[in-house]
Design a protein around this ligand. Structure first.
Ligand code: NAD
Length: 373
């Protein structure tokens, strides 16, 4: 889970008018396999903490898969602050403006101090309004529940993450929760479209509209209106606290979860716990004109630099990128390689109860991928 933006403001960036022609072509023409055409340019942000370790694994796997990508490596966050005295260097922004796609490692955001969250900043700047976090049980990972299959759809641009905070008087501060009909409607539409395209049965809007009658009430009103256009998908509503209890006792009673920004952030970590931890859950931030792919987890400072982080969340985020580039079958091959590696039990990182290093686990996944080729 991340903190909301706050503290020092970073330089404003003009909204982008992107050119997605190349991406659209890739998606249309290369649906069945690996492209033999020109490599697609993708911004690679190694990130902070365990970021460089797990991102190296994801890049190796994508390269082994045969998908041709021209990586443009850029620093951000604490790493960029150290090197360039700027957590969002101009080179990063111009790379993102050019490529419109990034594979990103986690970025550090200090608690209650320091520069604002660069994650929040990038999502807002490039209007990456939909955060998709597919959370599924994996073979060989011991958890209380089997067959968890939850899709978290989180609104990414507003709510308390707007970062509007001020001190009213010493000892009294105010954080403003922004909910708009526009953002609520488009995230609801994203959730229902995803559900329809992926043969999902229901969408549950998670809220606290019993208390926040105006803000969460508006979110629900928009979700209900959109639900009316998707009669083939069951629409449900649940108050966030009750939803959390239900998720940890009967996760299979949910399918697609539709949430505002803060609830989405918290609930996705809860869901990650259900399938074996943050080392396993991928994610993507989608906008109309681009996307940033990143795992749910953060920089994991407690294990950074020790070559023991689980690379699977980063690798599966890489698979989502590969799919976005128009290679769904290659993405499936990567997912299958991860499943086979886990099922074999040949290498498990400490978070999964094993002793393998990040490198060893990646090697096993690469071997499985080679065999599946
Ligand atoms: P975290 O996700 O970094 O770590 C929580 C726990 O999960 C830790 O015990 C960690 O060791 C473990 N963990 C996480 N990823 C793992 C992996 N791949 N393999 C094995 N174990 C893993 O959350 P946190 O400690 O609350 O946050 C640390 C920093 O990360 C903060 O600065 C926060 O702002 C930042 N953060 C960034 C992002 C992002 O860039 N998208 C997301 C969340 C948190």
């Amino acid at each position: 889970m991340e903190e909301a933006s706050g503290g020092k403001t970073v330089k404003p960036v003009k909204p982008v008018k992107p050119n997605m022609k190349a991406h659209k072509c890739a998606a249309l023409e290369n649906g069945d396999g690996v492209s033999h055409r020109e490599a697609v340019a993708v911004t690679l942000i190694p990130g902070d903490g365990i970021g460089p370790e797990v991102m190296a694994a994801a890049v190796k796997v994508i390269e082994e898969s045969g998908v041709r990508i021209k990586w443009d490596t850029q620093e951000a966050g604490a790493a960029a602050l150290k090197r360039y005295d700027d957590p969002v260097p101009a080179a990063l922004i111009s790379s993102l403006r050019r490529t419109r796609i990034a594979l990103k490692g986690p970025l550090e955001t200090r608690v209650a101090t320091g520069f604002r969250s660069i994650n929040v900043y990038l999502r807002k700047t490039f209007d990456l309004y939909a955060n998709l976090r597919p959370t599924r049980s994996l073979p060989g990972v011991e958890t209380p529940f089997r067959n968890v299959d939850l899709i978290v759809v989180r609104e990414n641009t507003e709510d308390l993450y707007a970062g509007i905070e001020h001190q009213v008087t010493p000892g009294v501060v105010e954080s403003v929760k922004i909910i708009t009909a526009r953002a609520s409607t488009r995230i609801a539409r994203f959730a229902f479209e995803y559900a329809r395209r992926n043969q999902r049965k229901s969408v549950t809007a998670v809220h606290k509209a019993n208390i926040m009658k105006l803000s969460d009430g508006l979110f629900l009103k928009c979700a209900r209106r959109v639900a009316g256009d998707y009669k083939d998908i069951e629409y449900r509503e649940q108050i966030v606290d009750a939803a959390c209890m239900k998720l940890v006792t009967a996760p299979s009673s949910f399918d697609v979860l539709l949430l505002e920004n803060l609830y989405g952030d918290i609930v996705s970590d809860l869901c990650a716990g259900l399938v074996g931890g943050l080392g396993l859950v991928p994610g993507a931030n989608y906008g109309e004109h681009g996307a940033i792919f990143e795992a749910v987890h953060g920089t994991a400072p407690d294990i950074a630099g020790r070559n023991c982080a689980n690379p699977i969340a980063a690798i599966l985020s890489g698979a989502m990128l590969v799919e976005y580039l128009g290679h769904p079958q290659v993405a499936e091959r990567i997912r299958t390689a991860v499943q086979r590696a886990l099922r074999s039990g040949r290498a498990k990182t400490p978070d999964l109860g094993g002793k393998a290093t990040t490198t060893q686990m990646t090697e096993v996944i690469l071997e499985e991928l080679k065999q599946a080729a």
